[in-house]
Design a protein around this ligand. Structure first.
Ligand SMILES: Cc1ncc(COP(=O)(O)O)c(C=O)c1O
Length: 394
């Protein structure tokens, strides 16, 4: 495959053919659950078959070395050293590791924003309760104009009790790309730790974690990177390695070796299916062969088409301007006032369209994910269905 010229009218059909999405489904929710293209599924399938045919050979002689190879490839892709990364099942798992490992004492505060993923909020509320610490919520502006307003809204909630700021790189309910690099600089200047919740970032945006200089970064590779479901990573800055522990204690390394570094504790996590992690390099190969920039520009353009159509249909404005860089490969637009709780189901049941309709604060929003298997005709079909459903009211 050659790197594509980014010509939006050109035929991208050969790439669409790499996915086997069910023919009854128009899939616009890569942002929740990514789907893997064929080359990735083939690599995973080979590992599963090898395990079924000769598990001793795979587990005792291959897995550890191949996990290190896969991790090295991923580390290079996200811009850090392999020793700062551990494979975990997903961002949720990674966030739990941070929460369980990070030291908190009575009265300490963990700052979250009001756009964080619901499960992340739950993770930290459980954690602080155990230590008589507290979650402090930074309320974001109603509309996003400049990055500084967002950064100031977080900094206003920092006190001498703050121990950690937990913030999304790309938000789940609102699809906004946040200026985490600029925020990390401001927090580091004052010696506060920052944990970035980034499952939407790998592949959707260029990622250089070392450059971010955050303390922790958690992500899932099964969203935009198209790796198999159940593949994620946890990054910890070397200044935090000393106390990090997996949620499940196992050998770490296969005996007789014994782990001596934090990341080695995460390599062998008991007898389980490692095939998804071993297929991560195939996912990176796939997107690199297409060209990461070509992928981003194509998906960004499609998201823009979706956004424009949504603005016309709903008469509403997104929370920030696409041209100012607030959005990537997802379109996110509010619906007219009213209770749209049945809309997602109707889009599926009547039109076979999978797209999340999200209730956030006091409004309903629609979030459209565009990937290489998305085309303009699909976006038009989705817009026509939505127009029809909105016409009959909530
Ligand atoms: C911002 C954010 N954090 C965390 C998660 C949880 O990701 P996972 O289910 O892959 O653990 C998501 C999932 O959509 C998310 O968008």
């Amino acid at each position: 495959m050659k790197h594509r010229r980014v010509d939006h009218c050109a035929d991208w059909e050969d790439l669409r053919g790499m996915w086997d999405i069910r023919p009854d489904t128009l899939y616009l929710n890569h942002g929740s659950f990514g789907v893997s293209p064929r080359p990735v599924r083939e690599v995973r399938r080979r590992w599963l078959d090898d395990c079924d045919r000769q598990p001793m050979d795979v587990y005792c002689r291959q897995v550890e070395g191949q996990l290190r190879v896969a991790r090295e490839r991923l580390a290079h892709f996200v811009g850090t050293a392999p020793g700062n990364l551990a494979f975990v099942d997903n961002a949720t798992y990674g966030m739990n590791v941070v929460a369980e490992s990070f030291p908190l004492a009575r009265g300490d505060e963990v700052v979250l924003t009001d756009h964080e993923y619901g499960a992340v909020d739950r993770i930290w509320r459980r954690r602080v309760a155990r230590s008589d610490a507290a979650v402090v919520v930074a309320n974001m502006p109603r509309r996003f104009e400049t990055p500084d307003e967002l950064i100031d809204a977080v900094l206003r909630r920092i006190t001498n009790r703050t121990r950690l700021v937990v913030i999304s790189h790309i938000t789940s309910p609102t699809a906004l790309i946040w200026p985490v690099a600029e925020l990390a600089v401001r927090l580091r200047e004052r010696n506060f730790a920052i944990c970035v919740d980034g499952p939407h970032a790998p592949a959707q945006v260029a990622l250089d974690i070392d450059d971010l200089d955050c303390d922790f970064y958690v992500a899932s590779c099964h969203k935009w990177l198209c790796a198999p479901l159940g593949t994620g990573f946890l990054y910890a800055h070397p200044r935090q390695h000393g106390y990090m522990q997996p949620l499940i204690k196992s050998w770490g390394l296969l005996p007789p070796a014994m782990p001596s570094r934090w990341d080695e504790e995460f390599l062998w996590q008991g007898t389980r299916d490692y095939s998804g992690f071993l297929a991560i390099p195939a996912a990176i190969d796939f997107l690199e062969e297409v060209g990461l920039e070509a992928f981003r520009q194509r998906a960004y353009w499609l998201a823009g088409v979706a956004e424009q159509g949504l603005i016309e249909i709903t008469g509403q404005r997104p929370l920030g301007d696409r041209a100012a860089g607030w959005y990537g490969t997802m379109a996110h637009v509010p619906l007219p006032a009213g209770d749209w709780s049945r809309l997602q189901r109707e889009l599926w049941e009547r039109f076979g369209i999978e797209v999340p309709v999200i209730h956030f604060q006091d409004r309903w929003y629609v979030r459209v994910s565009c990937h290489l298997h998305t085309d303009r005709e699909e976006i038009e079909r989705f817009l026509a269905a939505l127009r029809q459903l909105l016409r009959s009211g909530p």
